[in-house]
Design a protein around this ligand. Sequence first.
Ligand code: SF4
Length: 180
Amino acid sequence: MSDIKFAQAPPGVEGQGFFATRLDQVIGLARANSIWPLPFATSCCGIEFMATMGTNYDLARFGMERLSFSPRQADLLMVMGTIAKKMGPVLKQVYEQMAEPRWVLSVGACACSGGIFDTYSVLQGIDKVIPVDVYVPGCPPRPEQIIDGIMSIQDLIKNESLRRRHSPEYQELMASYNIQ
Ligand code: SF4
């Protein structure tokens, strides 16, 4: 018997020989199951991500991730580790190089809030320089939490309206970060 599982169809109207649903549901389904994450790993949380990619947890068993080390070929920025203030502009530049639609997963206490490093040199959360979609708490978070974060991103992607990126609210959000 095959272990292959198919992605669940979006809600729609079904009959003999046809299935009708909304276009943004279909696009969301395709996007959520073909994420290209860019791992921006700066310290220990990055090691936890390596464990997530390793044989025990094997993120690839989802069959939807293809790691990309080029921002131009990535749609999910995973920030894992302590981000020094000096690195803030670099992180922002990486984000700006990614094409829309793009999502951000903040992994671990340091990326989310500066963590234990409440010092003059550490950025107290990456949402000071780029918008974040999902926060994964923990120091470090376990691989299960990272996987849960990615699954939360998938839920967001599946349910995002195609118009969101053109909405005044989204433009306002980008403008608040001084991002074109
Ligand atoms: S949250 Fe903890 S484990 Fe993660 S980078 Fe910071 S200090 Fe390291």
